[in-house]
Design a protein around this ligand. Structure first.
Ligand SMILES: [Zn+2]
Ligand SMILES: [Zn+2]
Length: 293
């Protein structure tokens, strides 16, 4: 068995959904059928293809993982981060000024990347955590909901160096409160016309009068909490309303599409909505707000 497959099955054994990237570290191309379908009609999370749609192909099914790695033996192995794997990964890139701050980032399961950086693995806290740069820490990215990271022993395409475990059987520790607060911080509103026009065109109360989106994390939580609170007969319409609100956040560039879909899908599932209804609510909400999916 190849080292890549051994590592993939180890990850699956920890409950981490994995998938395979191309040799250049980019997601593999979708098949023709998936390229040709209307993205509003075609749900990447429900697609049966082995490797289409990037991280949506991630799985904990050993047979599917074995098939992926066998078909792409020179690809890079990746784990989907976020609530789905209960992982938040701190991605430190020293070339961009990233520093390992041990008071903020205590020891935990960690990887030395093939590009002279580090990945620190922490437990996902359960509330949505955006994948984005860590505010106030240049060169440090958070990979959480809607994200993924490369796993050992993948080879970095440029340096040709392998990703290596630094603590092979290490535990995935909880984030300390300071780090947890930092990853949960609101996103700074981005200056520029995109925010001004989109936020200005928003009809509902949540963003109106708030001077743009000053706290997207809190706003996203509020949308999702509305779905969780809705009574049984009103859950479908509430999910649609939340999808419209979240679509506006995506339109204002306060949130990326993958995170939005993941968060709404999760909220819909927790509210016992069918996959079909969740998909329709998301597609309808984005369409109504004129935000492409
Ligand atoms: Zn496909
Ligand atoms: Zn597909």
């Amino acid at each position: 068995m190849s080292d890549l497959l051994t590592s993939a099955l180890d990850a699956v054994g920890r409950g981490w959904p994995v998938f395979i990237l191309g040799r250049t570290k980019r997601p593999l191309a979708n098949c023709k059928a998936c390229r040709d379908t209307n993205p509003v009609e075609h749900d990447p999370a429900a697609c049966e293809c082995l490797t289409c749609h990037g991280f949506y192909a991630a799985t904990t099914d050993p047979a599917r993982v074995t098939a992926m790695v066998t078909q792409h033996p020179r690809g890079l192995l990746a784990v989907r981060t976020g609530a789905v794997s209960v992982l938040v990964v701190v991605d430190i890139d020293p070339r961009n000024g990233g520093r390992l701050d041990t008071t903020l980032m205590p020891p935990t399961t960690a990887v030395a990347t093939g590009n002279h950086g580090w990945h620190l693995y922490y437990r996902h806290p359960g509330h949505p955590v955006l994948s984005r740069g860590l505010p106030g820490f240049p060169g440090v990215d958070i990979k959480a909901d809607g994200g993924y990271v490369v796993l050992p022993p993948s080879i970095h395409p440029v340096t040709r160096l392998p990703y290596r475990w630094l603590r092979v059987c290490g535990r995935v520790n909880e984030m300390p409160p300071r780090l947890r607060d930092a990853v949960s911080q609101p996103v700074e509103p981005r200056p520029g016309p995109a925010v001004a026009t989109t936020a200005g065109g928003c009809g509902a109360g949540l963003m109106a009068g708030a001077g743009g989106i000053s706290s997207p994390a809190a706003l996203l939580d509020a949308h999702l909490a509305a779905v969780a609170r809705a009574q049984e007969g009103r859950r479908r319409t509430t999910l649609y309303g939340a999808a419209r609100g979240v679509a506006r956040m995506v339109g204002a560039k306060a949130l990326d599409t993958a995170t939005a879909i993941a968060a709404l899908t999760d909220a819909g599932q927790k509210a016992q909505q069918s996959e079909r209804d969740i998909r329709k609510a998301i597609a309808g909400g984005f369409q109504a707000e004129g935000v492409p999916l």
